[in-house]
Design a protein around this ligand. Structure first.
Ligand SMILES: Cc1cc2nc3c(=O)[nH]c(=O)nc-3n(C[C@H](O)[C@H](O)[C@H](O)COP(=O)(O)OP(=O)(O)OC[C@H]3O[C@@H](n4cnc5c(N)ncnc54)[C@H](O)[C@@H]3O)c2cc1C
Length: 678
């Protein structure tokens, strides 16, 4: 290693330059190794050496798109500074192919092209950095991108040990994206070829440029390249996006975040968000990728409440442009990351849109704050959930698609850190019925350290079916039985009195159930005209009354044919409905008993009843399932309002997971916004 190391003339430790002197952010430390390559052979030899020695490789150019760790940087920083600029006109004298070494200063090249009357890069004037980095993020500005003119890229592939000219299509250019950016560290870019047009008109498709040019009195028909590039330079200067050593905003890497690309559906949500916030319609323009739109990140940042000039410790937002973060005197790497994360959270909390960094972070830390998803949500389950229970899986996918980091712990998992979650939602916690006081303790704990949804007060209230007494909605006639331990004699009397209740009300069949239970556990159907009825009731009460309050209702025979219907609501809005039908002769509608379920079109008046009922609650629940039986007159009778862990039957409405995920995301955003504001 030593011989090769010496022959490659690699700097080590204190010999290395401090990266603060090689980057426009002026932040950084001395890396472990540093080398500058002015030839193809040297660049490749050094890259190969790092790979043989298993040393991390950081390829850099002019350092204008980098944020470097200022404490410690493992690995080798390779600055590719190959020179060379060749201009070659084609036979017809229409195009000039320019070959640029990776180390050519981009802005100088653009100025020279404009001077020579070559069109194609005039709008890219003033972008700092070197030619070798230009394909990485397919640099672009004011209506032009590198990909408009780039015909080939000279690439060394470290993994395959191959040196070749790549065609533009191989580079997979897109908005601030390329094949190389997706595989940072694998490729060295050694040169690029651009095809420029001789004597062609300048590109003029950026509204602000057209407006300024018109204001300056230039004639749009006779406009030349020089006039366009001069206009753009002055626009860039006004925004501190034209690097100048005297500019107080100069210590930056230009745009810190990319303009987000959003789908048509997200555009709708964004418009609604803006409306509810009293904001104007956001500026949007179609992106090169089909069915997506670009939203200016600067607009999102500003409208989320972060103004130009915002300061955080010794760093801040540029006083001229919201998208550039700047380091002031004594500013540091960690503070820039904190500020960037704060901005990401704020924009996400306000608009539900994620900002992704445009800059490259050079740090030995494997993960850094900016790559973390926007919120952490726990959908809580139980230890022995059967493998076939997958109804929530589409919800998981919908949440992950919304940048949510998802956890699915059991509620009694001892080591799970509930405080690390932004939101905790009981979903399939179906083993708590026999441990409900323990479950209650757990809910109270979670509520202290995180946000529990539905709200704790609603779930506590909903644990015991006695909540039904408080709801103004049609229900089966009900007789309430207090939990108690009775002597044999007292029990006998109790049974007699229940029989009398049934007879007085004219019920031929009765139905008993505990006020805390699930899945038809503890239920009894009995026929009053059968001799064994009294004995059945007595036995049932003997078992259940000492541990639970109970309910006595008429048995609704219609359940056997019409089943039980459930209407599902998210944040008070009807989502979908299902019908659950028991096997012949049974009344139990759970799939554990062989019942089947199917999508169901809920009549409007049933929906209205639910909405009326939900409005009676102190807080609107995030999710609710309203379970009904059909009474002998064909009218709905509410038998349960499920607010803790109902099955939500996502399988019967493919859009429903997305609807629920959106409500969850909105709740996370509300919470985040509150925490940012306090
Ligand atoms: C004031 C200001 C304004 C800016 N305006 C714009 C703008 O309008 N549009 C725009 O697109 N960008 C803009 N930028 C960002 C930046 O200038 C560009 O991304 C530029 O192309 C970076 O070039 P660089 O040589 O400085 O690359 P560096 O910052 O050194 O590196 C950038 C990335 O390229 C990789 N890289 C560099 N050289 C090579 C190579 N030879 N082979 C392989 N990988 C390499 C690095 O690993 C890194 O990932 C601006 C920056 C500043 C400071």
């Amino acid at each position: 290693m030593q011989d090769q190391f010496n022959s490659l003339e690699i700097m080590r430790g204190h010999e290395c330059p401090n990266l603060s002197s090689l980057t426009t952010f002026e932040l950084g430390t001395k890396p472990k190794y540093y080398a500058k390559a002015c030839s193809v052979d040297r660049a490749i030899a050094i890259a190969k050496w790092t790979s043989q020695e298993n040393i991390p490789l950081w390829v850099v150019g002019g350092g204008s798109n980098l944020l470097c760790d200022d404490q410690h940087l493992e690995g080798l920083v390779l600055q590719i500074a190959l020179e060379g600029l060749e201009w070659e006109a084609d036979a017809k004298n229409e195009d000039v192919t320019v070959t640029l070494g990776a180390g050519v200063v981009w802005h100088d090249f653009v100025e020279e092209s404009v001077k020579r009357g070559l069109a194609g890069v005039e709008c890219l004037v003033g972008i700092p950095g070197w030619a070798g980095a230009a394909p990485i993020q397919n640099i672009g500005a004011y209506g032009q991108s590198l990909s408009d003119t780039c015909s080939e890229v000279y690439v060394y592939d470290l993994e395959e040990d191959q040196l070749a000219w790549w065609s533009a299509s191989q580079c997979d250019f897109a908005y601030r994206q390329s094949h190389f950016k997706k595989h940072l560290g694998r490729y060295l870019i050694l040169a690029i070829k651009l095809k420029l047009k001789i004597g062609a008109k300048p590109t003029l498709n950026y509204p602000q440029v057209i407006e300024t040019i018109t204001k300056n009195g230039y004639d749009l028909n006779t406009l030349d390249l020089e006039q366009v590039s001069t206009t753009i330079k002055s626009l860039r200067s006004q925004k501190s996006m034209f690097w100048q050593s005297t500019d107080p905003n100069r210590r930056s890497a230009g745009s810190f975040f990319m303009n987000p690309l959003i789908s048509g559906k997200q555009v709708e949500t964004l418009r609604q968000n803006c409306q509810s916030l009293g904001l104007d319609t956001p500026p949007l323009w179609p992106s090169e990728q089909s069915n997506t739109y670009k939203v200016p990140a600067a607009w999102l940042i500003e409208q989320s409440g972060i103004d130009k000039g915002f300061r955080y410790k010794n760093v801040g937002v540029s006083s001229k442009h919201c998208l550039a973060l700047v380091s002031h005197d004594q500013g540091d790497f960690e503070d820039i990351l904190d500020l960037a994360q704060h901005i990401q959270k704020r924009v996400w909390a306000t608009f539900g849109i994620s900002l992704l960094p445009e800059i490259r972070i050079l740090s030995s830390e494997l993960t850094h704050k900016l790559s973390q998803p926007r919120a952490r949500v726990a959908l809580v389950t139980c230890q022995n959930l059967p493998k076939w229970e997958v109804d929530d899986h589409p919800l998981w996918a919908a949440l992950v698609a919304q940048d949510i980091e998802l956890f699915t712990p059991a509620w009694d998992e001892p080591d799970f850190d509930w405080s690390s979650c932004d939101l905790v939602i009981p979903r399939t916690t179906w083993d708590y019925q026999d441990r409900w006081s323990e479950f209650l303790q757990w809910m109270r704990h979670v509520n202290r350290v995180s946000q529990l949804l539905n709200p704790l007060s609603l779930m506590e209230w909903n644990l015991d079916k006695r909540y039904l007494k408080e709801l103004a909605i049609e229900q089966p006639p009900t007789h309430w039985l207090e939990q108690q331990t009775l002597t044999n004699q007292e029990l006998q009397e109790h049974v007699e009195s229940l029989i009398q209740v049934c007879q007085a009300k004219g019920w031929l069949q009765g139905f008993l159930k505990p006020t805390i239970a699930a899945s038809a556990v503890g239920t009894l159907r009995f026929d009053l005209d059968q001799v064994q009825a009294k004995e059945q009731i007595k036995k049932h009460l003997q078992e259940w009354l000492p541990k639970r309050n109970m309910i006595l209702q008429p048995y609704v025979k219609e359940v056997e044919s019409l089943g039980e219907c459930s209407l599902i609501y998210f944040k008070g809005e009807f989502s979908h409905a299902v019908r659950k039908v028991p096997v012949s002769g049974d009344y139990r509608v759970q799939d554990d008993y062989g019942a089947s379920d199917m999508p169901w079109s809920a009549p409007l008046d049933w929906q209205k009843r639910c909405e009326y009922m939900l409005k009676q609650l102190k807080v609107m629940p995030l999710y609710a399932r309203c379970d009904f039986l059909t009474n002998p007159q064909g009218e709905p009778w509410l038998i349960e309002l499920e607010l803790i862990e109902p099955s939500l039957f996502f399988r019967h409405d493919l859009e429903s997971p997305t609807r629920f995920a959106q409500c969850i995301v909105d709740s996370c955003r509300e919470r985040l916004l509150k925490s940012i504001e306090t």
